[in-house]
Design a protein. Sequence first.
Length: 194
Amino acid sequence: MNEADNNLAKAFELLVEELNRSSKTVVEQGIEAMRLGDYEKARHSTVHAERLRELESRVRALQHEWLQIKTETRSPRDTKLLALSKRPRVSHRQGERTPHEAFRKPILEALVKLGGKAPVSDVLLLVREQMRPYFKPADWAPLASNPTTSRWRNAAQWCRLFLVQEGLLKEDSPRGIWEITEAGREWLKHETSE
């Protein structure tokens, strides 16, 4: 690889890293806004973070396309090594998949139904059945980074992370077990009474 190619490869990596870092910062700001009860700012942060992640996916796809162009001038050995490298992520536009916020109430309801705590597989089974009529085709697609995990399952796990950070699920539950907190039960009561 010549110096220009090397510089371009580094530029792609730096851009991906910076987009990832920015996305994490925006998510943290959203979590803080949610903790403070500023739901509009939290919603805005979530949309912003999703747009940054989609941009990161598009940059990775461009990086992959550039690498494919480079293979045209590579030796067979280099081409084989490139084939083993990371494949691009498939990006789905906002609205083509169910956002992780939509899993909030179904997760809490499933946990209450299961006695307050349960293995993640049991919780997600109930969540899937409840949300199945609302899933979009992209929700059933596998993740590019983990083809054995569907997008809806990944979104539900992201939602679980936010629920823990908001104090609605217990943080110190054993690995593989999700458990609702008293605050989570109160939130759910408030939501179902409206």
